[in-house]
Design a protein around this ligand. Structure first.
Ligand code: NAP
Length: 284
């Protein structure tokens, strides 16, 4: 039987409607984005994020620096946004150009405004099981799993990819829901041995058709995070043939992508609540 497609577009529209209500209740709020350079994929992501902000009434402030920007220029801008009382959330679009020390830049974002959850303080809180700001992609995936009532407690979850923005936080969130989590990456030997064991499989790699139909357990839930731009449009990491054996599958496009953007809006609401004292931001 063909897999149930997990409709990220429809759920994201509902999340955005919830966010719009929150914005109306909170009053003015703003997300500042920092884009360094002119990478077309990064530009497209920033455009989507800004459009989504506008739609729900969040002011999106677009800060751009040239591709050859110096470390101190980027740091100065981030510090200015940290100090700006009119800014609730700060997002530095990654990857940054090679000459920049990316961890050092991300470490400059004030933790309370760090809507991507990439500051060591927020990453550490997640690691300790006390999440505050958590990245939008893994959060969006958790919301999608909840929406389709996918069981996580005690199941075997396999995450492919170990980036700070997707794979690692995803593994932590699944662990917090009591899944038994395996993390695979580019040095993993015999990937299929792991994927075939997965009740929940999250592929966050960026390699087209990495997950073939014979690598997926019958009835598994498969979350395709990967995005590769091709002449035929966006494609994920999962071979479409997986729909024949999986129980649930996220389409690309229309699965994780819209949930990421919607969750970023929710994170901006959360940042605004932290700053207004409606939510207590952890002191340490
Ligand atoms: P990344 O930083 O490049 O990480 C990719 C991960 O995949 C790394 O951990 C890498 O292992 C692993 N990997 C590479 N080749 C592999 C292979 N052949 N087998 C197993 N693992 C392999 O990328 P990312 O930022 O996490 O993003 C991953 C993908 O998700 C990209 O396609 C990106 O465009 C997409 N994405 C989508 C959304 C969305 O909203 N849908 C959001 C964010 C990202 P090593 O650590 O060993 O190098």
């Amino acid at each position: 039987m063909a897999a149930t497609l997990m409709d990220g577009r429809a759920l994201a529209a509902r999340v955005r409607a919830e966010v719009a209500e929150d914005v109306a209740a909170l009053g003015e709020l703003a997300l500042a984005t920092v884009l360094v350079g002119d990478d077309p994929a990064s530009e497209a992501y920033i455009r989507h994020k800004h459009a989504a902000c506008r739609e729900v009434g969040i002011e999106a402030v677009d800060h751009r620096l040239p591709a050859d920007a110096a470390q101190e220029d980027v740091v100065r801008l981030v510090r200015r946004l940290n100090d700006d009382a009119g800014v609730d959330g700060v997002l530095v679009q990654t990857p940054l150009p090679e000459q920049l020390d990316e961890p050092a830049v991300l470490g400059e974002v004030a933790p309370i405004k760090d809507v991507d959850g990439l500051h060591p303080f927020n990453a550490g809180l997640l690691f300790l099981g006390r999440p505050a700001h958590v990245g939008a992609t893994p959060l969006g995936i958790m919301r999608l799993l909840a929406e389709y009532s996918i069981r996580l407690r005690g199941v075997r979850a396999v995450v492919i990819g170990r980036s700070p923005i997707v794979g690692k936080p995803m593994a932590m969130l699944l662990l917090a829901e009591h899944a038994t989590v395996t993390v695979c990456h580019s040095r993993t030997q015999d990937l299929a041995r792991h994927t075939l064991d997965a009740d929940v499989l999250v592929a966050a790699v960026g390699v087209t058709a990495l997950i073939a139909p014979d690598m997926v357990k019958q009835g598994a839930t498969v979350i395709d995070v990967g995005i590769t731009r091709t002449d035929a449009g966006l494609v994920g990491d999962v071979d479409p043939g997986v729909a024949e054996s999986a129980g649930y599958l996220t389409p690309v496009p229309g699965g994780v992508g819209p949930m990421t953007v919607a969750s970023l809006l929710q994170n901006t609401i959360k940042a605004a609540r932290y700053r207004r004292g409606e939510l207590a931001f952890p002191a340490g």
